[in-house]
Design a protein around this ligand. Sequence first.
Ligand code: SAM
Length: 245
Amino acid sequence: MLHIGIITLFPEMFNILQQGVSGKALEKKLVQLERFYLRDYTQDARKTVDDRPYGGGPGMVMMVQPLRDAIHAAKKKLGEDTLTVYLSPQGKPVYQQQMVSFVESKKPLLLIAGRYEGIDERLIEQDIDQEWSMGDIVLSGGEIPAMAIIDAMIRLVPGALGDETSAKQDTFEDGLLEYPHYTRPRTLESLDVPEVLLRGNHRDIIRWRLKHALGRTWLKRPDLLDKLTLTSEQIILLQEFIEEL
Ligand code: SAM
């Protein structure tokens, strides 16, 4: 079972995960999601969660005491071996293989969704194991990246997807983008479904799909190909794709 905690000022945002694949996994208890509402850890009547930055400047910083108490309470509940992650545009961008490895590790995960200008640097030093980013964009809070990460992890939990092989074929799983998909009708305007997919020869279909996975990775994300050592069969298929193009 995947055990994930999330510290947030907006716990209701995570209701979105009750839909679709993640919703079914939550229902089946393949994943346990615990929301820690930051205001529950405040000590004043106004439930203050922000504070002024030393040195001045625009914006507020997340107040240290409630966040620190929330982190400690969450870690106590999730367990000693919890990986504590602060969602931040300054973190390392997340990637699929990292999601796979984390789900396989079966460790509990604590995600901290920042708001305002972010969190006190000393909390990052003391209480945070890693900083993860959704990419080089700045969002107004860590909730959306947290939901994206939770969703990506949930679909990797055995039993979460209808067809277990489906996640294995996804883009990034083998370092390549996934091959193109087609469904009915056979002809759309003047565009036909590739003949090989209609003939039913399984070996030919596998070969065609690998060739096109290689080809579209070459076209759309050559940086991914640079990270791979292609087999001689893959080199031939990619060459074929380039020549046909
Ligand atoms: N002042 C911060 C900076 O320049 O690095 C940005 C703060 S941002 C407005 C507020 C919160 O949104 C952050 O604390 C973080 O939790 C979240 N956030 C924003 N962009 C993100 C990204 N690309 N990946 C992950 N979290 C992000």
